[in-house]
Design a protein around this ligand. Structure first.
Ligand SMILES: N[C@@H](CCC(=O)N[C@@H](CS)C(=O)NCC(=O)O)C(=O)O
Length: 206
């Protein structure tokens, strides 16, 4: 399989399936397209691989899958353990991943992933505060049920979806205790940043 991804310091969508494929142990090659090149070069390069004009893309033989969640689902069908085995936890993991996939627009727009940036305290809008409060509430509830250490116990695709969020909280100096966290969501976010897979991605990004 070939996973086509965008610039590692910026591409949150690429990071998610990259973490999942690493965790799966499935063999793959990685093709990197640099984003934000001049003269629409990025778009032209992405179009060579991707019908949507966006990365990530997974190629498996003649099959092309062009959305991060769809790629993760495909990997989960090929390798065991990427979703929790317990049906209730699996449903919660899917809810959390889907909520991230389709929501939190204000946080995503105002706090883009920027692994090259030094952590600093940013002034954020009320809409972003609302997103952060919801993330703390949602993740806190699931962690209380699963007991951790990852969102639904063992590492799962849901954790791939929240790793970019953990980088955003770190980069923009978000103190989760100001948003209702009793410390458990913050500890969970740090755990995401401490995984060997994320550390490898981050080392490549610098
Ligand atoms: N919903 C898509 C979103 C993919 C997306 O927006 N990718 C961005 C990079 S993070 C992209 O390819 N942008 C084109 C560009 O920057 O030229 C997914 O989940 O894969």
């Amino acid at each position: 399989m070939e996973l086509v991804i965008g610039t590692k310091k910026w591409s949150t969508w690429s990071l998610r399936p990259w973490l999942a494929i690493k965790r799966s142990g499935l063999p793959f090659t990685e093709t990197l397209v640099e984003l934000r090149q001049e003269n629409n070069m990025s778009e032209a390069e992405i179009r060579v691989h991707s019908p949507s004009g966006l990365v990530p893309v997974l190629k498996d033989g003649d099959l092309v899958i062009w959305d991060s969640l769809a790629i993760c689902e495909y990997l989960a069908e090929k390798a065991p353990g990427l979703w929790p085995s317990d049906p209730a936890l699996r449903a919660l993991a899917r809810s959390a991943a889907a909520e991230m996939h389709s929501g939190f627009a204000s946080l995503r727009g105002e706090c883009p992933m920027a692994l090259e940036s030094e952590p600093h305290v940013a002034t954020l809008s009320e809409a972003t505060h609302k997103n952060i409060r919801r993330i703390v509430e949602g993740l806190g509830g699931i962690l209380a049920r699963s007991g951790g250490p990852f969102l639904c116990g063992d590492w799962s695709i849901a954790d791939a979806f929240y790793t970019p969020v953990a980088t955003r909280f770190r980069t923009y100096g978000v103190k989760l205790t100001d948003f209702g966290d009793d410390g458990k969501v913050g500890a969970y976010c740090q755990r995401l940043l401490d995984t060997p897979e994320f550390k490898e991605w981050e080392a490549d990004a610098k």
